[in-house]
Ligand binder design. Structure first.
Ligand code: NAD
Length: 282
């Protein structure tokens, strides 16, 4: 599969497009917002130094060539007309995803395989709206895909095994380690492990059992892991954990959300992205 179309060019869509182009794919990026598309050159300029820092074989020349393989459009019919694979990274709202896929299902060639990057929705929630559910599945990336290069491949009960394997192979071709998820699971493998782990750390903190540094130190020293849970919170950024915690039925998690808002978000301590969160990275 050489020709990729990415739907949505926000945080993850732009990374998927750039990474795929870097690994030699021909990429079309679609977004409904022309302003977002106009900003894409800035996005590539932001990513290039990160590749030079983190990706062993990156050179200025290769990065420029990657940019040359990307075309942007806000015309959906044009975007998908010759796609081998479409990867969708539009907002995490079921109705937006269903509407988008319904249109793509009518416009894309018969051979095209469809994948969603959704973090929390199941492929079976979206598959019927595509008009070709057997060619639809999830390919879930982690933020900073050039560095944290996993691609969780997860079908639904009706996904054609051939489409599943084609997507796993594609993930490998663009430099991901494919994680074959054998059955539908909310949160895939990664978040099924990570969310309870981070929540347990939050509860220890809220109860005053140990401070942030001690909780992280315990985890690092006893398991050999490079990061403790609060370092991971900093890496993710405070906003997503805050929204998850404030809607949690557990009152201790809601208390954690209040602390995160008051002592971190409102103080501009948003995580490693801004140089400070639970820790100071200056
Ligand atoms: P984002 O808000 O940064 O980007 C979404 C983009 O979609 C925006 O550019 C927006 O203009 C565009 N858009 C809105 N409606 C559209 C439509 N109808 N058609 C096409 N484009 C449309 O969001 P994001 O963080 O990139 O997340 C996108 C998807 O990726 C979500 O499903 C999310 O669960 C998943 N994801 C995000 C992360 C992350 O860390 N941000 C990690 C893994 C998966």
């Amino acid at each position: 599969m050489q020709k990729l179309t990415v739907l949505g060019s926000g945080v993850l869509g732009s990374q998927i497009a750039f990474q795929s182009a870097y690994r030699g794919k021909d990429v079309v990026v679609y977004d409904i917002n022309d302003e977002v598309l106009a900003q894409l050159p800035n996005r590539w300029d932001y990513l290039k130094p990160l590749y030079l820092r983190d990706v062993q074989d990156a050179t200025g020349e290769k990065l420029d060539a990657a940019v040359g393989r990307i075309r942007a459009t806000s015309d959906l019919a044009d975007a998908v007309s010759d796609a081998d694979i479409v990867i969708e990274a539009v907002p995490e709202v079921l109705e937006i995803k269903q509407e988008t896929w319904a249109k793509v299902g009518e416009l894309a060639p018969e051979r095209t395989i469809f994948a969603t990057n959704s973090s929390t929705l199941l492929p079976s929630d979206i598959a019927p709206s595509t008009g070709r559910p057997n060619r639809f599945l999830s390919l879930h990336f982690a933020n900073e895909i050039w560095r944290l290069n996993v691609g969780e491949v997860m079908g639904h009960a009706g996904t054609d095994p051939e489409a599943y394997e084609a997507v796993a192979t594609f993930a490998e071709e663009i430099g991901m380690v494919p994680i074959r998820v054998q059955k539908e699971q909310p949160g895939y493998v990664l978040n099924s492990l990570l969310v309870p782990f981070l929540s347990a750390a939050a509860v220890l903190f809220v109860r005053g059992v140990a401070d942030v540094e001690t909780i992280d130190l315990t985890w690092r020293k006893s398991t050999g892991a490079p990061m403790g849970p609060f370092q991971i919170y900093d890496m993710i950024g405070m906003e997503t954990p805050y929204h998850l915690a404030r809607n949690n039925p557990d009152p201790e998690m809601r208390q954690f959300a209040e602390i995160v808002k008051r002592d971190y978000i409102d103080q501009g301590r948003l995580g490693t992205g801004v140089g400070k969160g639970f820790y100071d990275y200056s």
